[in-house]
Ligand binder design. Sequence first.
Ligand SMILES: [Fe+2]
Length: 231
Amino acid sequence: MININNNEISFEDYISPLSQRWEKFWPLKDRELIHHANDYGYFKLNAKCNWKFAIENYCESYHLPWVHPGLNSYSKLEDHYHIQGLPNRFAGQGTIVYNPRFDGNEKFPCFPNWPKDKENIAEYVALFPNVMLGIHKDHYYAYWLEPINHEFTLEHMEIYYVGDEAATSTKYKTLRQKNHKQWENIQKEDVDIIQSMQIGRNSPAYNGGNFSPKMDNPTHHFHKWVAGNLI
Ligand SMILES: [Fe+2]
């Protein structure tokens, strides 16, 4: 996270509200267990659109049934809840995940203090401006955006596991490969729609946009951040 204006608070202060939110999943000492996968730990996607559409898309869940029918079968739209950080630095969705990845005999190690009553909870939060985070009981990712110009963005996915063995050993290699493939497929589905959003915003029929008071609250949160910090 870089601030080229040199007028921002420290990163530790900036991320503190989100860090406190996730303390219940990850007490600080458990975060030392986070290891980057040494294979199947990265992919990059090209998106012919403005970087902000990726964040908008990440903040809402109502695209799931038709954009991600596979994902929506184990992480259903109706199981999602809104996340809107205060002060306004992050927003996104939490959800119940019934992931088939967890049904096999082989399972990744989990964060040791992840609450038992939240085993199937995952949270997907955009940390403004350009980083999308995902936390699960057995893995974590940081999906960050590199804007190349106003209509082209590189998306970088970095995947992490709980402990060195889960992240690097041959024992978990097949699972890492499977998880990598799953996320790459899901994020490719999103690239298709955010590229369409770029085309739609350029249409003379576009009226400036309407927010759903029920579904767009986290997206509106991001718009407020943009209005307050970039414009
Ligand atoms: Fe999506």
